[in-house]
Structure formats: structure tokens, C-alpha cells
Design a protein. Structure first.
Length: 364
């Protein structure tokens, strides 16, 4: 049937942000999909489960028959209506299921029967797209020059990266700032979603001579850096961003206090202040073992003072000594140890303005 078009121009799909109609079950979508993918499933999770059991016990023919029985009448009409709205909104899009098989073919047929539109499906489905992206990560990483931006906590590395188009914002993809206090108000993505977003950006930025990334460990919160990216970063040149302790306190105050208060209160105006306090209590508790009991208790006392002063007087000044102590006494010694093993890879050190000018010179 010539209206069941297949497409396999995978690179163009991602470079052009082609909208994707993911007809897999919700449980599959939640485990990972692609940027610009929207889930309008042909089967619910329970329907998929029932059909899967039928397939195992009675074979494909019986499973297909059960599928048509479960997804019929009003249920079928509602799903076709959702697809039709998607097709109308994104006429240049494409659809996919897991392997580009029955589910996507049936979806194509129903869309065509309902609207006369021949909506293409991805050849090989989700699996083919995922394999393509993983292969692209290997290929592009092997030939790209990475420049790693290092520096003490709070020096403004992410701010610097965001000034340049030729950067990969690993913490942005991971929705986490890469420290014990790095959680956001929304959860981190699934590992697959993180990787797919990272690789799509790699594809889009392949033409740059250098790619900038932040100096990270093995993981960012619950997200693990892919081995090929981690290995490339470990052999790449490093630029150190310097900032005074006063600058670092101000940057940290904005990121971990001012911005987080706003995010928590925007998310939940009633409980936002309590959620912000719990975020700080929970983050501090994560490093209790490394701090040691005495230092932890001192910082906890300072945190309680800071939270009380903010609640009663809308005054953030008591966060200053707390942040300074965390930076100087906790984060800086760890950074000094880590960077001591990388000194041979450092090609430049400077403040924000100096590093910006140096990078602009490299880029030109």
C-alpha cells in the first residue's frame, strides 16, 4: 500500500526537530523517547499487557484479533481523533512504534482511512532511531575536539558555557547542577532521555571545531555520563575559570537560594517555602558523613538561622556565611585534590572576562 510511507533520513529528523508521534504504550514512552516526541499511544498499558499475554499463549494472529477487539468503537475513534489533531498541527512529522512494525502500520492505516493523509512512519521505529543515535555519539565524539571548563564550585562555569553556541550543557540535559545541592524542583529525566538529548545536540553541533563541556565526574545526580563522552573529556584540554570568593558566594546564592525559592513558590505557592527549606535540609544531610558530625551540626545551626531570618524578615544575609563555609571548607578541598591530577591538561586560567575572550579567539 503506497500510502504507508517509510522514512529513514534519521539525521535530518533530529537536525530539523521533526515532530514525532510516538504510538508506543505510555510505560514505554516513560522509559525514554526523543526530543520533540509526543506520546499518543495506540494501546494503553493494560491493553498492551493483555495482548502480550495472548501473543505468548496463542500466537500473533490471536493477539492481533484481540488488539482490534480492545481498541475499537469509541476507544478507537478517540485515538484516531488525537492522531488527526497531531497530524494537522504537525503535517511535516512522522510516527513510530518500537520496531516500525504492526503498531505503526495500523496507526498509519487508520490515519489514512480517517483523513486521507499519508503520514510517514520511521523505518525500524524507536529501536532504529536509538541505535542510530548511539552510533552517532561514537562517531562524532571520536573526531571532535572537546575543551573542558573547570573551576571551583560557584565560579560561573554554567553561565560561561551558556554564552557559547558550541557548548554541551550536560547539567541542563540532566536537570541537575552536579552537586549535593544540585536537585531541581522537577525530577531528573530518564537516562535514555538524557542521552538522546545530548546526542541530538552533538549532531546539531558537529560542524564546530571545538565543543565546550563542563568538568564533571562520573554522574550528574542519578544520571551517568556516557562512557564515550567521559573518556573523551578525560583526554581533553582544560580551561580553568577563576572567581573571587565574593563572586562565588553571589553566584551560589542566586543559584541555590534566590532561584530555588522562586521555583518552589512558583510550583506550589502554599507549600513552596517549606519545600525550599526541606531541599536545603536534605541537601546538607547528603554530605553529613563527609562533613563529620561537628561541622554538620554547625552548618545545620547556621541553616536554621538563615531560614528563620528569611521567613520572618525576608532577609537572605544569613545564607552568606553558610555558603562561604560550604565553598571554602567543603567544596574547595575536594576541587583542589581533583584538579591536582589534571594540571598537565590545563591550557589557560583566567577570570570570566579573560576566559570569554580566550574562547572567542579559539572559536574564530
Amino acid at each position: 500500500m503506497n500510502h504507508l510511507e517509510e522514512i529513514d533520513s534519521f539525521s535530518e529528523i533530529f537536525k530539523s526537530n521533526i515532530p514525532l508521534l510516538d504510538v508506543r504504550a505510555p510505560i514505554e514512552f516513560k522509559e525514554g523517547s526523543f526530543p520533540h516526541a509526543y506520546n499518543y499511544p495506540i494501546m494503553s498499558d493494560s491493553e498492551r499487557h493483555q495482548i502480550g499475554i495472548c501473543y505468548k499463549e496463542h500466537g500473533q494472529k490471536s493477539a492481533i484479533s484481540l488488539g482490534h477487539e480492545l481498541v475499537s468503537g469509541k476507544t478507537k475513534a478517540q485515538r484516531i481523533d488525537q492522531w488527526s489533531k497531531f497530524v494537522k498541527k504537525y503535517p511535516n512529522g512522522a510516527l513510530f512504534c518500537f520496531r516500525g512494525g504492526l503498531r505503526s502500520k495500523i496507526s498509519q492505516e487508520w490515519i489514512y482511512e480517517h483523513s486521507g493523509v499519508s503520514y510517514p512512519r520511521i523505518k525500524g521505529g524507536y529501536k532504529a532511531l536509538r541505535i542510530f543515535l548511539l552510533n552517532e555519539m561514537e562517531r562524532i565524539s571520536s573526531k571532535m575536539n572537546f575543551i573542558v571548563i573547570g573551576g571551583q564550585t560557584g565560579c560561573g562555569k554554567t553561565i560561561l558555557l551558556n554564552k557559547f553556541d558550541n557548548s554541551l550543557d550536560l547539567e541542563g540535559y540532566a536537570n541537575h547542577r552536579g552537586s549535593a545541592f544540585g536537585n531541581n524542583v522537577t525530577p531528573q529525566p530518564k537516562q535514555i532521555d538524557f542521552e538522546n538529548q545530548l546526542i541530538v545536540d552533538l549532531i546539531k553541533k558537529e560542524y564546530y571545531e571545538n565543543l565546550l563541556i563542563e568538568d564533571e565526574g562520573n554522574n550528574i545526580g542519578t544520571i551517568f555520563i556516557p562512557e564515550v563522552i567521559k573518556a573523551k573529556a578525560k583526554e581533553s584540554k582544560i580551561i580553568i575559570l577563576r572567581a573571587s570568593i565574593e563572586e562565588r558566594i553571589q553566584i551560589s546564592l542566586k543559584a541555590y537560594v534566590i532561584d530555588m525559592i522562586k521555583k518552589f513558590t512558583d510550583q506550589d505557592p502554599i507549600n513552596g517555602a517549606d519545600n525550599f527549606s526541606n531541599y536545603w535540609f536534605g541537601s546538607l544531610f547528603k554530605i553529613k558523613k563527609r562533613l563529620g558530625g561537628v561541622r554538620y551540626d554547625l552548618l545545620l545551626d547556621q541553616l536554621n538561622i538563615a531560614l528563620k531570618n528569611h521567613k520572618e524578615n525576608n532577609d537572605l544575609s544569613d545564607f552568606f556565611p553558610l555558603i562561604e563555609s560550604l565553598l571554602v571548607d567543603y567544596y574547595d578541598p575536594m576541587y583542589d585534590f581533583q584538579i591536582s591530577n589534571k594540571k598537565h591538561r590545563v591550557i589557560y586560567e583566567g577570570n570570566f572576562h579573560e576566559v570569554t575572550n580566550f574562547l572567542q579567539g579559539l572559536k574564530s
